[in-house]
Design a protein around this ligand. Structure first.
Ligand SMILES: CC(C)(COP(=O)(O)OP(=O)(O)OC[C@H]1O[C@@H](n2cnc3c(N)ncnc32)[C@H](O)[C@@H]1OP(=O)(O)O)[C@@H](O)C(=O)NCCC(=O)NCCS
Length: 187
């Protein structure tokens, strides 16, 4: 049951957010590139903004998928994070975030990563609360919604398989795997 102040559905465009930030020297690591943690924090912020706007309530981050930094980000670049709600469940939302970095002198733009943040809306007492459904306004919106369903199915299948593999793990029977890796056993 939705709060009375919330509509039954909200369009994807209602909560689409772009956050742009200049990469200043204090964001750099010892190698002179931008810390991954700075980008993660910006991604969390923009995911929060998009999810909370759609939900009409504060949201919390539950899980993060697909964070791969494909290319380094340099000091002086203008980073933009483009976020939109791709999927909604009952109380959860999946926010897709595309991160691009622009060299302000040449104008060249690189795509550094695309990640997916699962957020859950909370009510005033901190309990998960229902979010409006999503109005899909373009074929792209439908593709993203379907992709999110597939991603969730895939993750659940993988998790079940991984949990089985872990519960069946007998270290003494699988020592041969360690022998093929770059480690040494000293006990
Ligand atoms: C996420 C949280 C709300 C789940 O609480 P819960 O009592 O298990 O609630 P529910 O089982 O009703 O799950 C709520 C929703 O979260 C989803 N969810 C729960 N765990 C999840 C996970 N690991 N990955 C993806 N979705 C998850 C559920 O599928 C459900 O979605 P739906 O309502 O759209 O179907 C709770 O674990 C929490 O508050 N975690 C802390 C989050 C936080 O504070 N983050 C900030 C970083 S410190």
């Amino acid at each position: 049951m939705l709060n009375t102040h919330l509509p039954e559905f909200r369009p994807v465009s209602y909560s689409r957010v772009t956050l742009t930030e200049l990469m200043i020297p204090s964001y750099a690591n010892f190698g002179g590139k931008i810390h991954g943690g700075i980008l993660l924090s910006l991604m969390d912020k923009v995911a929060y903004a998009a999810a909370s706007k759609h939900a009409g309530n504060y949201c919390v981050t539950v899980s993060v998928d697909g964070v791969n930094f494909l290319q380094p980000v340099e000091v002086g670049e203008l980073v933009s994070l483009l976020a939109s709600v791709n999927y909604v469940g009952r109380t959860s939302l999946l926010v897709g975030i595309k991160v691009i970095a622009e060299d302000v002198r040449s104008g060249s733009v690189k795509h550094t990563n695309t990640s997916y943040f699962t957020m859950v809306a909370k009510d005033d007492s901190g309990r998960p609360t229902a979010v409006p459904g999503l109005t899909l306004e373009t074929p792209e919106d439908s593709r993203r919604f379907l992709e999110a369903i597939k991603r969730r199915e895939f993750r659940e299948r993988n998790k079940a398989e991984f949990d089985n593999a872990l519960s069946a793990l007998a270290v003494h029977q699988e020592m041969y795997l360690l022998q093929q890796e770059r480690c040494q056993i000293v006990y």
